[in-house]
Design a protein around this ligand. Structure first.
Ligand code: F6P
Length: 525
């Protein structure tokens, strides 16, 4: 499937990216300028022929057909028999969206209106703190978006508790007044062990402080019966259907904490941004299509050139949690071992995604990115303007650093240049030795997504852009991006190990290492 792309990747392997700019039109020709953002992939080895081979994958993979199937409510999550319709949650002024012959939009809009009503009530009340209890998609989206929209935060303080480690909830509750704290239990299934354990601990904390839990809990879940069993009244339960995947759920009820923080208008702007990206994805030609081109660059680096990882490097401190969010989005979606028909993949699935905001990462792991033996394709994100007009010089430094990194990755530093740098300090063999340590190979690919300002609408566009990128890569890889069976085994084993850790069951039938670790814990508990 990737033979042509691999052949192209091999052909361009020796090309210096820098030299490609001899073509004065390269920067704009290898960029997509749409929706108020510019995606520049010109600092990669992709040239016209390589791009043509990549674009063929869009045709052979039937990306357009699969895309239309997704938007139309077809059950493209075939292993779970579900539609994939997170896009309906932001279809604010769109037409009907049918699932099993029924328009889901009236319910979506009613739920949104209910969320807005509760949000207004909460924001007008004496509640000072809201604690969202959830994990994975019921945590990462809200955390990431709430942080990204910090300048618009004018509601109660929002906290996020996810880890089953008691340290998480204990540290969070330390700063909260039980009378003025509301809890959101966010769980699609309402059965996730971490979330249910933390929710019960929150209930116990209120009881211990002598505060009734009446009216204190809100549930966001597809499992209304589970929420009722926990004691949350129906009018404080916000449901969503199984066609919203956990890692795609920030746009609906799971985003309630974000709405409470920034208010309904800003939350709607966030949805509008995503909706604009949806429309763009559906209508723009592949070459002009942001998600398609972002995906093809990813395919080129991973399946074409064999680079197993990619770094996401936002030069936007408020996108601090974007790499973690994308780790779930990309790796839970496209980290699969079999194709749609269940056959073993004969090529690599999605890449290992990681990152940190710049400039912090520069002083930590960029050493490896510049001089390590492995190539890490980098994806920079940066805003043209910041939210702090009085701190313009900070923003200018931030942008300069971002551009400097992609330039340095591309240009590198030759041995001659390195020698010149230290010629006044060393001579002879020592000069040679010292110079070699200062060589940067360069020719390392990166892309840059630049946008005006990280406002709610832009954030919506960026997140939807990455969602659709994952979709396109998944279609081309012919995998199901919407299930996550790989998380099951660990959950099952953890449940079985519980009594062995607590000492309620004898340690038997375990391998030597697990037995040794259990004994170590039990001796000290
Ligand atoms: O919202 P829930 O049902 O608590 O699930 C939380 C997370 O757990 C997972 O199922 C993985 O274990 C994710 O896909 C999901 O986002």
């Amino acid at each position: 499937m990737f033979d042509k792309v691999k052949a192209q990747a091999q052909r361009v392997a020796g090309h210096r990216i820098e030299d490609l700019f001899a073509d004065a039109g390269r920067a704009s020709e290898f960029s997509v300028d749409a929706l108020g953002m510019l995606f520049d992939y010109s600092k990669t080895q992709i040239d016209a022929d390589a791009r043509a081979a990549l674009l063929e994958l869009v045709e052979t993979g039937s990306v357009a057909e699969r895309r239309d199937a997704m938007f139309s409510g077809a059950k493209i999550n075939e292993t779970e028999g579900r539609a994939v319709l997170h896009t309906a949650l932001r279809n604010l002024d769109g037409g009907p969206v049918m699932v099993d012959g029924q328009d889901v939009m009236p319910e979506v809009l009613t739920t949104l209106a209910r969320m807005e009503k509760l949000t207004e009530e909460l924001r007008a009340s004496d509640v000072t703190d809201v604690v969202n209890i959830g994990i994975g998609g019921s945590d990462l989206g809200p955390v990431m978006a709430a942080l990204a929209m910090a300048p618009y935060h004018d509601g109660p303080r929002c906290h996020f508790v996810s880890n089953v480690d008691g340290a998480d909830i204990a540290d969070t509750l330390k700063g909260c007044d039980p009378k003025r704290t509301a809890f959101i239990v966010a769980s699609k299934t309402f059965s996730t062990i971490e979330t249910m354990t933390n929710a019960r601990t929150a209930k116990a904390w209120l009881a211990e402080k002598g505060v009734s839990d009446e009216g204190k809990f809100i549930a966001l879940s597809s499992n209304k019966a589970g929420a009722a069993q926990f004691g949350i009244p129906e009018d404080r339960v916000f449901g969503f259907e199984d066609w919203v995947g956990g890692r795609y759920s920030v746009w609906g009820p799971i985003g309630l904490s974000v709405m409470i923080a920034v208010g309904p208008d800003n939350f709607r702007a966030f949805l509008r941004g995503a909706q604009a990206m949806d429309q763009h994805f559906r209508s723009a030609a592949p070459l002009e299509n942001l998600p398609v081109m972002l995906a093809l660059v990813g395919i080129f680096h991973n399946q074409g050139q064999g680079h197993a990882t990619r770094a996401v490097l936002p030069y936007d401190n408020r996108l601090m949690r974007l790499p973690a969010y994308l780790q779930q989005l990309e790796m839970e979606s496209n980290g699969k071992g079999v194709s749609m028909d269940g056959a073993d993949l004969s090529y690599d699935s999605g890449p290992i995604v990681w990152g940190e905001p710049g400039t912090n990462g520069q002083h930590a792991f960029y050493q490896l990115i510049h001089q390590g033996t492995r190539v890490v394709p980098c994806e920079f994100l940066v805003a043209a303007t910041g939210h702090e007009p009085d701190l313009r010089h900070h923003h200018e430094l931030l942008v300069a650093n971002c551009l400097a990194q992609s330039e340095a990755l591309m240009r590198g530093r030759s041995l001659d240049e390195a020698r010149a740098k230290v010629a006044d300090k060393f001579e002879g063999d020592e000069l040679e030795r010292q110079a070699r340590h200062r060589v940067f190979p360069g020719n390392r690919p990166s892309t840059t997504l630049i946008y005006d300002k990280l406002d709610p609408e832009t954030l919506g566009k960026i997140v939807a852009l990455y969602e659709h990128r994952v979709f396109v890569e998944g279609v081309i890889l012919n995998i199901n991006s919407y299930d996550q069976w790989g998380v099951e085994l660990g959950k099952e084993l953890a449940t079985a190990l519980g009594p062995l850790v607590s000492g309620d069951a004898p340690i038997a039938g375990k391998d030597g290492s697990t037995t040794q670790l259990l004994n170590y814990v039990r001796a000290r508990a």
